[in-house]
Ligand binder design. Structure first.
Ligand code: PHE
Ligand code: NA
Length: 453
């Protein structure tokens, strides 16, 4: 049997897990979901859910992987055998979800690539190249360009994954992550000097619960799972690469904290600019791409800054995409022993590319598509993240609860060298067994009621 890859250093694990968690979900999706759900009250619920529900589930996924040394399909199969139940499908759905989300993620990553090249071009011509309105509009009106950009992105992702988990990328991430953090902080400071800031801070941090709607709880949960890469099997795969001495509870908490912090910084960075540009919180998926480039180009040294910013954003998107593709590939290889990593990566890439046609052509060929005022790409986002993801996450939770004994859970969670794992253990157990299934179920029911009314 081929040896399963594992990271030489603890640092390597964090780079990949945090790299997979922090991506477009934080910088692009979180701000517009906050806009859609009315600001402060939603942020409060979101942060609470990330820590109370997201982190415990992330930890459970890591443990599942670390214990079984397998990816999610085989790992849930093993739980089925233990419990005499049929959980196989949960793992399969997680993998199907991953590949569909990858195709959609690739289209948005393609938008990032587009602005990256625009900033590059603007260095050699005039900043006007990046005057956003025309550029976002021209990108939106060009479906094939979006498709080509998504293909380029998928190609890059496949090439990296074919090379395996250890090579090359770790080094890149360790360079771009700190640079990105520095750029974002500079931008936050700049955004704070905009006249719109007081109003924005009020919108973001003054919780006005009347702005929430029936679906808001579920929107918060869906985004928590998406942003933490929970419910896709990604963290099961990453857990399976952990070293014996690594402690999943600690790792899971750290990943959650970093990811949540980045999302909060992202809203503080983007909203002042958005308010400045439009006098309102923007609520559509184009938010970041609409306001950020034109703002960047308007500040001194903006072309270079914008180039660096979008280059780092692209690296973040690439890392996240790698996580998604990695789930599909590792499952394929675990299930079909004869399948080679390389071929599995190429096949998965091709499937994702085929699926990407739909979101890529959302604003052109499928421009007439509309459900409740939502375009194809927005409907897809909602279907995947507000419906499919919480359901799959719930399924994985049930499988894990029924497929492992309390003794086994305790053994995996409590580390004799770590005091916190004793104090946290009962809470974690309670959350997995009762709180999380209840809250996810409630979120889904409220969302269904909201959809009917
Ligand atoms: N968590 C990533 C983000 O926030 C998206 C992602 C989901 C990546 C699932 C890998 C697996 O952008
Ligand atoms: Na994230």
């Amino acid at each position: 049997m081929a040896k399963r890859g594992s990271w030489r250093t603890r640092f390597g694990f964090y780079l990949l897990a945090i790299g997979s968690a922090c991506g477009l979900g934080n910088l692009w999706r979180f701000p517009y979901v906050v806009g859609e759900n009315g600001g402060g009250a939603f942020i409060l619920i979101y942060v609470f859910m990330a820590l109370a529900i997201g982190a415990p589930m992330l930890i459970a996924e890591l443990i599942l992987g670390k214990n079984s040394r397998k990816s999610v399909i085989v790992a849930t199969q093993q739980l089925s055998t233990k419990a005499g139940k049929h959980f196989k499908w949960v793992g399969r759905f997680a993998v199907i979800l991953s590949i569909v989300v990858l195709s959609y993620y690739a289209v948005i990553s393609g938008w990032v690539l587009h602005f990256l090249t625009q900033f590059l071009v603007s260095l050699f011509s005039t900043p006007e190249v990046v005057t956003t309105k025309t550029n976002l509009a021209s990108l939106m009106s060009n479906g094939w360009l979006q498709f080509m950009l998504a293909s380029a992105h998928l190609l890059i992702t496949v090439v990296v994954v074919v090379k395996g988990v250890q090579e090359g990328l770790e080094k890149w991430i360790s360079y771009t992550m700190p640079l990105f953090a520095a750029l974002v902080i500079v931008l936050v400071v700049r955004s704070f000097s905009l006249p719109s800031t007081p109003e924005v801070l009020r919108f973001l941090f003054y919780p006005d619960f009347s702005k929430l709607n029936l679906a808001s709880l579920n929107h918060a949960l869906g985004h928590v799972f998406f942003t933490l890469s929970v419910g896709f099997g990604t963290m099961v795969t990453f857990g399976s690469y952990m070293r014996e001495e690594d402690h999943p509870p600690t790792a899971g908490f750290r990943v959650t904290l970093v990811d949540t912090a980045i999302s909060l910084i992202a809203v503080v960075m983007i909203f002042p600019v958005a308010f400045q540009a439009t006098n309102a919180p923007l609520t559509d998926p184009a938010l970041m791409f609409e306001v950020l480039p034109s703002y960047l180009i308007s500040i001194p040294g903006g072309a270079l800054f914008g180039l660096a910013f979008f280059a780092c954003l692209y690296m973040a998107a690439l890392n996240a995409s790698i996580g998604l593709l990695e789930v599909v590939v590792s499952n394929w290889v675990d299930v079909q022993k004869k399948m080679e990593r390389g071929s599995a990566s190429w096949y998965s890439g091709i499937i994702a590319l085929f699926l990407a046609t739909f979101p890529a052509l959302s604003s052109t060929l499928f421009a007439d598509f509309e459900v409740k005022g939502r375009s194809l790409i927005e409907s897809l986002d909602s279907l995947l993240i507000n419906w499919a993801l919480p359901i799959v996450a719930l399924g994985m939770l049930v499988a894990y609860n029924l497929g492992t004994s309390e003794k086994e859970k305790e053994l995996n969670f409590v580390d004799k060298d770590k005091f916190v794992s004793y104090t946290m253990y009962p809470h974690w157990l309670f959350t997995l067994k009762w709180a999380a299934p209840f809250v996810i179920g409630l979120g889904l029911i409220l969302q269904i009621i909201g959809a009917i009314l």
